[in-house]
Design a protein around this ligand. Structure first.
Ligand code: APR
Length: 309
């Protein structure tokens, strides 16, 4: 039997994730949306592309959660995207209602699924999914760090004119403008970024990375990024299904790591078939530790606003 991945929300990020994931040929895909016909139409269109790509998987769309039964992975993208001038936190209450419904509707059909959450504000929505589904924290992960790190890699590559493949960047913390791009651990072919780039250029890259999502929202004016988020989710889903033990930055439940407890937060994690196999702890500078504290306080504040039991 093939692996099965259900993607909830067939909007820009959901459909784009389905597209990238289909190309990997690692799982059958189910798309679910509340809008009548949207998931069905996009799934059929994508399915009809498969003969051209030479890919043998099933792709179905539905408004009914029964179609998700027996999923190995559930990806949550349902929710509202940002508009110009909005922060991710402005989406909190509206998206919490949506994510809660999605979590309840999916867990009853796939009690063993691993969840990858993309809906913003990301760290809080991932926490909410863990609480509502009752899954262990190991099985509920948020996508943010791969995306933020990829944005930083892009800007470094443009600055240094080096292949993106040589650039490793690590962005930790909450998925908001307080995120913490690590400039000493991030490197180009092993050489720390802060030894290669002058501090003014590095500061500009850090700032652009932090505001990377907003830069795209301001350009699009009618939604947020979807290509890079969709591929980031795809990398996580593949690492899980293929049991790759891949280390990537992602939002994971912290239980004392980095001195933080009881929140979802961006950290390097090792992903495999059981979900989060390990949380990797870097040795951080005092400045970085303080930046993480600021970021964590923002996430904790939003979690508290939801008044969860
Ligand atoms: N159940 C299922 N689908 C839902 C529900 C629900 N209760 N509520 C909304 N949706 C669907 C919408 O119908 C829409 O098709 O979620 C989809 C969201 O798609 P877009 O509006 O295109 O938004 P998108 O860009 O995909 O962003 C979704 O991901 O990256 C984050 O910040 C982003 O929180 C946002 C989320």
């Amino acid at each position: 039997m093939n692996n099965k991945v259900s993607i909830i929300g067939a909007g820009m990020t959901g459909a784009t994730t389905a597209h990238w994931l289909a190309e990997k040929e690692v799982a059958d895909i189910v798309l679910v949306d509340v809008v009548e016909g949207l998931a069905q139409g996009k799934a059929l269109d994508l399915l009809e592309a498969m003969p051209i790509a030479g890919i043998d998987i099933s792709i179905v769309g539905s408004n009914d959660y029964q179609a998700t039964e027996g999923s190995d992975v559930v990806v949550i993208t349902a929710g509202l995207p940002r508009k110009p001038g909005m922060s991710r936190d402005d989406l909190l209450f509206a998206n919490a209602e949506i994510v809660k419904q999605v979590a309840l509707n999916t867990i009853k059909y796939s009690p063993n699924a691993i969840y990858v959450v993309l809906t913003n504000p990301l760290d809080v929505m991932t926490y909410l999914t863990m609480k509502v589904t009752g899954q262990s924290p190991q099985k509920v992960i948020g996508q943010a760090g791969i995306l933020d790190s990829a944005r930083m890699r892009t800007f470094v590559a443009q600055e240094l004119k080096v292949s993106v493949e040589n650039i490793n960047c690590y962005v930790l913390g909450g998925h908001g403008d307080d995120m913490v791009p690590l400039t000493h651990i991030s490197n180009v072919a092993g050489i720390p970024l802060d030894e290669i780039l002058p501090s003014d250029k590095l500061e500009k890259i850090v700032d652009r990375t932090r505001k990377g999502g907003g830069e795209i929202v301001n350009l699009l004016k009618m939604g947020s990024a979807f290509y890079a988020p969709g591929l980031s989710v795809t990398q996580m889903v593949c690492a899980i299904l293929q049991n790759k033990h891949l280390i990537v930055p992602a939002a994971a439940y912290l239980d004392g790591e980095y001195g933080l407890k009881g929140i979802y937060f961006g950290t390097p994690v090792q992903l495999g078939r059981s979900g989060v196999e390990k949380i990797i702890e870097y040795k951080l500078t005092e400045v970085e530790k303080n930046m993480l504290k600021v970021s964590a306080a923002g996430v904790a504040e939003n979690i508290a606003k939801l008044n969860l039991p």
